[in-house]
Unconditional design. Sequence first.
Length: 255
Amino acid sequence: MRPVEIAESCQLVLLQALATRVDPAAWALKGGANLRFFYASERFSEDVDIDTFDIEPWAFQDRVDQTLASDLIKRTLGILGSRIDYVNPKERSETKSKWVLGVRHPSEQEPVYTQIEVSHREYPYRAFAKVEPVPGAAVDRYAAAVRRPIFGHYLPRGAIAQKIDALAGRDIRQPRDVFDLDILFRAAPDALARGDVDASSLQVAITRTFEIGYDEYRAKVLSFIERDALPIYEPVVAWEAMQMAVIERLEALLP
């Protein structure tokens, strides 16, 4: 397996196991992993981002710890030839939790790293989360170990609003936000209406989308794309077309 596949298989195994320990309605997958598993994104996600609802931060943190140490995780990853070699609970507070994982696989000399980031804050997008099975296409290559886990994730209305917030609000701009917005706008062009998103956030997001250059996109996104899809996304004109499409969609949401 490629490093991105080693990380992804671990992410799916973890989510599958976590859903047996925490009510799937009490948390929702967001960000790139949500797009990868539920919206057929061709970009592998570096990490797993989760929002929690109606569960105390310490309780969710304990359940993640228990899941990572469980025999279920060890046995399921073992089917794929992997094992978690390193767990660093890097951050733990009332508002945020983070675990960094090092995953060993015979195909790689060094561990492959991924992480779990959990937000325990109240967000306005809970109404746009839904509990449902991960589509079969997302788990097919790992079918020996992963079924179709059932847990919460954000529908396009919430996912697009979150991505706009991320693009506008990050300290360091990320071209993956533009890539992900392009996926979402194409999948659900009518998910948001004019005025649904704060105008100031939209203006910042538009400016940042315009400012991100091809070199940033190539360095930070293309190495995470499915190999057979690279010819679609690699050309400079593909990036420029993506930028313009996202800017047009964002401008259409301005009040």
